[in-house]
Design a protein around this ligand. Sequence first.
Ligand code: ATP
Ligand code: MG
Ligand code: MG
Length: 299
Amino acid sequence: ELRYTHVFEEGELLGWGGYGSVVSSEYFIDGQKYAIKKVPIDGRTLYEDARREVQVLALLKHPHIVQYYTAWFVSDIHGKMGSDSTGPDSATEVAAAAAAASEIETIRGCLYIQQEFCESDLAKLIDRGVGEEEGYRIFLEILEGVSFIHSQGIVHGDLAPKNIFLDKNNRVKIGDFGIAKFVERNELSQVGFEYYSAPEIPCQPDPRSDIFSLGIILFELFHELKTGHERYTVLNMLRDSKLTDPERKVQYDGPIAKLALKLVHKNPTERPEINWIRDQVKELSDDPWSRLKLVSSSC
Ligand code: ATP
Ligand code: MG
Ligand code: MG
């Protein structure tokens, strides 16, 4: 804990996640605020899961992905781990000690992940209400980020408004790669997998599951859902490939709703490619009449 408490001034708790907490901390040396994710580790599986998140983050340097700076592990067993008291070689020593610790089953401690601090997230923005022009800009930025993630052979797996952050300039920063997976690139083995594996076995990570999430997000960006109940019925209706809200007798038949419907197609192979989606969204955003067409009609 030496390194962290000596060079960071801990600020507020930003949130609790499935496995730990995220705090804002100021780094004494550069005077900047960072988001530090603290992942308590008790056992090798947790350690490997947390490491995969870091490995994914380290690969993804992009203007629309939360910037990762560094990560360090402080072991309960090897008190020295993560300490910067060992001089200039400490980074190598920490890595070596962490590698040695990962050999044993009883690995225990805390993994710290230093990331760019983001002011807000899409869930808060949606609550506040999203302007149409802003909606297009934000969705196009999300598409750029997701396109890059997929180009690196990674599936995010948890795209949702609370995992899409916004920096102080309101630019999209995709974050939370806690369940991200590397795609199996061997096409042949994938064919074999589809034929022979039992359906109850979880499928290979598939980038098309991210497209589904994008469909729900696209809809929510352009259609204000006033109450929790309305959000529940309408988003479940969309998940079920329907565009009519049975309770309010509202038909969502604008171009955004129709596009969102394509993205949430039940059959993943029918979901469109990111480039195609981007072209459609750009076309709509350039169309001066799109505002009229977005309005849902009552039936
Ligand atoms: P969940 O399972 O609820 O999605 P999680 O365990 O996956 O949470 P994160 O989503 O990474 O953890 O972070 C938990 C919370 O910490 C977020 O909801 C957010 O409030 C805050 N947070 C995470 N990263 C940042 C960041 N870079 N900047 C600002 N706040 C952040
Ligand atoms: Mg999250
Ligand atoms: Mg998560």
